[in-house]
Design a protein around this ligand. Sequence first.
Ligand code: ADP
Length: 382
Amino acid sequence: MTKVGILGGGQLGRMLLEAATKFKVETHILENQENCPARTLCNYFTLGDINDFDTVYRFGKNLDCITIEIEQVCVEALEKLEEEGIAVIPKPAVLKMIKNKITQKEFYKEHAIPSPIFHVTDSKEELTKYIDFLPAVHKVGVGGYDGKGVELLYSKEDLSKGFDRPAVLEKMTSIKQEIAIQVAVDQTNNIVVFPPVEMVFDPTLNLLDFQICPARISTALQKEANQIATNLVRSFQSPGLFAVELFIDKSDRVWVNETAPRVHNSGHHSIEALATSQFEMLWQILLNEKLGPTNVQQPSIMVNIIGAPGYTGVAKLEGTDSITTKETFIHWYGKEITKPGRKMGHITCLGIIPEKAMETAHYLKNTIRCISEAKENTPKIV
Ligand code: ADP
């Protein structure tokens, strides 16, 4: 049986393992949190640091294939494993380039991929050189995620919010809509593209809040975005599943924001709403199987279940009794502790009416909430 290792055991790893039941595969997880979401679903669990060279190398050397569920891993160990003949998907060279937003943006520039123009900065002080370039978005090179490590700078008064480490300063786009397109590339270079989805972000947390499929955009824009995402992913020259995040600006121009070289939050609806889920698709790539179709079976909306503000502690889900339709699917990631802003699960609702998508999303978000037993700052009764 093919032995496949996954670096990281969070919710993406967990959903990948849920999909693994359809395949002949022996699954291995490396993660340093013992009670992580993927812990109970894998065949073999190794407790260890995905950023440590020896740990990753030892974990990978007896496997047939290795993949990731998070970019922040030790790429050098993956390079060595690749040299020794282990199939590393995506290729370590691509992972290394994407992992740092500076090299990722430089790659877009070199390959003429439309993406907002940018400068590279090494310190906060250097930002004063770019006052005429504002409004702009400052993004740390390495280590940012879910909007952490991103600051919007409108005027020189905002420069103090910038980062004092290597970062990109990107021209601010007047965004009309944000969309994402997943592109799958198998080990013999066949490509399959998922239908574009629309992403609606929480303005305070900068986290993906809702996702609507199909995206409410014209056929012409769909075609253009598909073309850009496909060209970009072809230029990576690597098998894998890639999520390309794009902006549509107020003049209907399409820009690449960034790419994730793995399964992604923007593709969770695919479990119920598409002919092949993003997780099955990644297994098809890893196990050299034919890639499945990606047609939309039902329009859908996906809502993240995010730890409610003011609650930290043992997680509890409320409001599920109010959901009576068979078309609503609640995914719980099995994290014991909730805290404000933590991704705890998601809900996919099928058969939505596109004009009412936002209404449905708000209803689900306000009805199903992740709280804890005791609200913070509530005096304990003794
Ligand atoms: P992360 O990797 O943390 O998700 P992103 O680079 O995707 O960070 O930025 C987070 C959000 O910030 C985007 O979804 C978008 O709403 C906003 N943003 C990022 N870049 C720009 C830009 N050039 N112009 C306007 N808004 C932007």
